[in-house]
Design a protein around this ligand. Structure first.
Ligand code: PMP
Length: 285
């Protein structure tokens, strides 16, 4: 994948895809000193692009890493990268990280903070699950306490347990894993937030120890606009049995209905289908 045509924006300039390399002694590779964004460009416009740039800077600050660009400059970099690749529809990945330098210990105050903006063409994150409902495993790993790690950051270090959870799920024929949090409440999937429906009302975990996704916030606003009651609250594992519908939200996942979590089954019902369709229409308009 590294040897192909295309352009990537690196530290202020566009470079050829195959030349977008970092040194093996890059601090982030050893200590996860990295934050990133996942965004989607639809018909030439990144959905909530500026909010993503702001979130990248916020994630950096949350891990005590000052990114040497403004949100406006990051917006310009993303547009330049998309234009250089001739993409109107693409997934956008911005990543800021501590580079190689004098400091190869845990401390990295002397190493440069670098910024890369790349992208690729990415279709449905869960294949045909938008129609049939995704099948989820239940992970043995828990989302950590905000006293353990800045859990509202989109930081590389938080993804180690997501990759392990997702690999375990895939080995069982599932497309993702649902994770509980450190207290045992329902939290989220490995790269998406989760929603449930019961008796016409929507329930979603309170985002107090995981990423409060931009898609999550957009979908909550869309539901409220339609007059649907949304409860953001702690959800106990026993409640999974009583929920009728379920879906995931995320930039890559968009709104994907869920058919199964472990032994619990959900119907791909009218509200799940409706909100999935409405989201797709909205981001493209
Ligand atoms: N949780 C995790 C762990 C994620 O990786 C993502 C994707 N960024 C989300 C939630 C959803 O966030 P967003 O809607 O902003 O993409």
């Amino acid at each position: 994948y590294d040897d192909r045509d295309g352009k990537i924006w690196m530290d202020g300039k566009l470079v050829d895809w195959r030349d977008a390399q970092v040194h093996v002694l890059t601090h982030a590779l050893h200590y996860a000193s990295s934050v990133f964004e996942g965004e989607r460009c639809y018909n030439g416009k990144i959905f909530r692009g500026h909010d993503h740039s702001e979130r990248l800077l916020k994630s950096g600050r949350l891990i005590d890493m000052e990114i040497p660009y403004t949100a406006d400059e990051i917006d310009v970099a993303k547009d330049a990268m998309l234009k250089a690749n001739n993409w109107d529809n693409a997934y956008v990945r911005a990543v800021a990280f501590r580079g190689a330098g004098e400091d190869m210990g845990v401390s990295s105050s002397k190493n440069p903070v670098r910024l890369v903006v790349a992208g690729w063409e990415w279709g449905n994150y869960y294949g045909d699950a938008k129609m049939s409902g995704a099948k989820l495993d239940i992970s043995k790993w828990k989302r950590p306490s905000p006293e353990t790690i800045p859990s509202e950051a989109k930081a590389a270090g938080l993804y180690m347990i997501c990759t392990m959870s997702k690999h375990a799920a895939e080995a069982k024929g599932c497309s993702d894993a649902m994770m509980f949090d450190y207290r045992g409440y329902v939290a989220e999937a490995t790269g998406a937030n989760i929603f449930f429906v019961k008796d016409g009302e929507v329930h979603t975990p309170l985002a107090d120890c995981f990423l409060n996704g931009l898609t999550r916030q957009t979908v909550i606003a869309m539901l409220k606009d339609r007059g649907v009651t949304v409860h953001e609250r702690h959800i106990m594992p026993e409640e999974l049995e009583g929920f009728e519908q379920c879906w995931l939200t995320g930039t890559a996942a968009e709104v994907t209905p869920v058919g199964q979590i472990g032994d619990y089954n959900f119907e791909v019902g009218a509200l799940a289908r409706d909100i999935s369709q409405a989201y797709e229409t909205m981001v493209r308009s």
